[in-house]
Write a protein that binds this ligand. Structure first.
Ligand code: GCB
Length: 595
């Protein structure tokens, strides 16, 4: 699936903006066929955005079930002979799409795009009504999973229910990413896959183009590679090929150089479709104790993030996106993880341009009760159906993100209960699928289990582990961090002989709270904790990366251990630095690419 781009032959119509919106409080929308006529009593709602924090009404914020979005648009006469595609960047978590009253698409999964060709349903030259029903209910077959709790007790009104989930971020919902129409010719470039290799000073760009449509056998393909300044490097014909770049400039964080591959579909001597792809020439490899980028060892300095901000919730906003990248640059990071789901493609496009090394994560989080008596890998919970969805999600994730140079590793899940017997078979299937689809990138799974209890460490290339010494265990005991952490990390290496990234560590910190000697929740405590972790990392040569939890404070469900959300941010939710940001800036700016 190609990211929509305007080219000489392709047009885009942006459907973002203010839509009409209605909460289906009684779950009557389908029965009453709301899709057949304009929504009655609708309110206004921005797209993209989560809807939860837009109004003053907590019953909208906390609604469980369907919400209806609607807008109208025109299709110009000039699009009559084009293939017209509707693309929804994401709708969290389920969507049904109607055009002029007819159902045209369905989607399950709130963090990946879906698209549908609308020619059969659209009216050219006049107004069209687009309705998207979004549902936020999570069950055990979803990723992330969840379950509905029904209260049959005297202290709750009849029918009272809550959406339960085991992950630690607010279950924001709505249309979170851009909605747009784009055109292609009727026979069109459906997909391009690019893989790059390095041979000494030479860069090798291998590409494969998939064409679809009636006349695909009558067309031929031209692929042209340009350098950053538009200088042509090579032009080759055919759906598959290899371009060699002498004295290539390799993509890396300190110089994220992007070439441009232009693909043209030619029919009867005429360019009928054209698409271009930014290409970073780079290789990634795990060997022995290290991670290599372009043959050179690299150390990951960075943070795990969330798509989260005031008012917008999980809605993509270019203002927040660019600000976040500026902060990542400012603090001296070279990497981040898309915890705990695939981020908007726009974010990966920016990571390619800014030069960040990304661990790209599937939305498999909350598969753990953190209680050994409550199992998740059971026929009633994470089961065959969940696995099938997981496989579909990793296929779609790789289909979407395979060409990004920034993506250096796939993470198939965050903190599942890998100590359970069922975990091995389950993740073997998922990881095998990832390796089959993309043999060029390492694969990981982010662990909270301990080295002696996990069943899956043999499946991954890099051990990624989240650890909260002196926070959730031995709370307040900073003095224990080095002893405990060093012992554990050494055990990981001793057992598996694989490099280790500490993918989470951190402390809830309320900006402006101070305490000396440090106490939990103060800025001093966060700094002191990080410094002690870092001393251990610096002593262990198999530690190849540090990702702090979290980039910024973020929203969670309301509960007693969360004070207006999770406060482990190095920046506040408004993107102001806490004291720890200066500590990290100093550390990371003075570190070499390979520590
Ligand atoms: C974790 C989770 C993350 C939480 C974090 C915390 O291990 O991976 O989603 O937000 O801990 O702060 O508890």
């Amino acid at each position: 699936m190609l990211y929509p781009r305007e080219t000489r032959t392709r047009e885009i119509k942006d459907l973002n903006g203010i839509w009409r919106f209605k909460v289906d409080r009684e779950n009557k929308g389908y029965e009453q066929r709301w899709f057949e006529k304009p929504l009655e009593d609708a309110i206004l709602m921005p797209v993209p955005s989560s809807y939860n924090d837009i109004t003053q009404d907590e019953s909208i914020r906390d609604h469980i079930g369907d919400v209806w979005y609607e807008r109208t648009f025109y299709i110009p006469e000039s699009w009559k002979n084009k293939r017209i595609v509707l693309r929804v960047g994401s709708a969290t978590h389920h969507a049904k799409v109607f055009l002029n009253g007819k159902e045209i698409a369905q989607n399950k999964g709130g963090f990946l795009p879906f698209e549908v060709e609308i020619n059969r349903f659209a009216q050219i030259g006049c107004e069209n009504r687009l309705t998207i029903v979004v549902n936020n209910i999570l069950d055990w077959s979803c990723l992330p999973p969840g379950f509905i709790r029904e209260y049959n007790d005297p202290m709750h009104p009849e029918g009272y229910k809550t959406q339960e989930y085991l992950f630690d971020f607010f279950n924001y919902s709505g249309i979170h990413r851009p909605v747009l129409l784009y055109t292609t010719s009727k026979t069109y470039i459906e997909d391009i896959k690019v893989e790059t290799q390095i041979d000494d000073e030479k860069g090798i760009v291998c590409f494969k183009v998939v064409v679809n449509g009636e006349k695909k056998d009558e067309c031929h393909i031209e692929a042209t590679l340009y350098d950053k300044d538009g200088g042509q490097i090579a032009k080759v014909g055919g759906p598959e090929g290899m371009i060699e770049v002498e004295n290539a400039i390799f993509w890396e964080p300190s110089n994220p150089y992007l070439y441009k591959l232009n693909v043209t579909l030619v029919h009867d001597g005429k360019a009928i479709d054209e698409y271009y792809l930014p290409v970073g020439i780079r290789t990634v490899e795990v060997k022995g104790k290290r991670l290599y980028l372009n043959g050179k060892p690299v150390y990951l300095k960075g943070l795990a993030k969330h798509e989260d901000s005031d008012i917008r919730g999980k809605g993509y906003d270019p203002v927040i996106a660019v600000k976040d990248f500026n902060l990542l640059k400012w603090i001296g990071a070279n990497s981040f993880r898309t915890s705990h789901y695939p981020y908007a493609e726009e974010i990966l496009n920016l990571a390619d341009e800014y030069g960040f090394l990304v661990i790209d994560e599937a939305p498999a989080v909350g598969m753990n009760f953190f209680n050994k008596n409550e199992k998740v890998f059971t026929p009633e919970r994470v089961n065959q159906k969940t696995l099938e969805h997981h496989l579909e999600v990793v296929r779609r994730l790789i289909a979407r993100d395979k060409n990004h140079p920034c993506v250096i590793m796939w993470s198939v899940a965050n903190e599942p209960a890998t100590y359970e017997d069922g975990a091995y078979e389950y993740f073997k299937r998922v990881i095998d699928e990832v390796r089959k689809l993309d043999p060029t990138r390492p694969v990981t799974l982010v662990e909270s289990s301990f080295p002696d209890e996990t069943k899956v460490a043999s499946l991954v290339d890099v051990i990624c582990v989240n650890r909260y010494y002196s926070w959730y265990s031995d709370s307040g005991r900073l003095d224990l961090i080095e002893f405990q952490l060093e012992k554990e990390l050494k055990r990981w290496f001793e057992l598996y002989q694989k490099p280790v990234i500490v993918t989470e560590y951190g402390a809830d910190t309320i900006a402006g709270f101070h305490s000396s000697p440090p106490m939990m929740f103060s800025e001093e405590y966060q700094c002191e904790m990080l410094e002690r972790y870092h001393r251990v990392f610096d002593r262990l040569d198999f530690v190849i990366g540090e990702h702090i939890w979290n980039f910024a404070d973020f929203a969670t469900k309301q509960e007693v251990r969360r004070i207006m959300g999770n406060r482990k941010g190095i920046f506040t939710r408004q993107r102001q630095p806490k004291m720890a940001a200066f500590l990290l800036k100093k550390r990371w700016e003075s570190m070499k690419e390979n520590k």
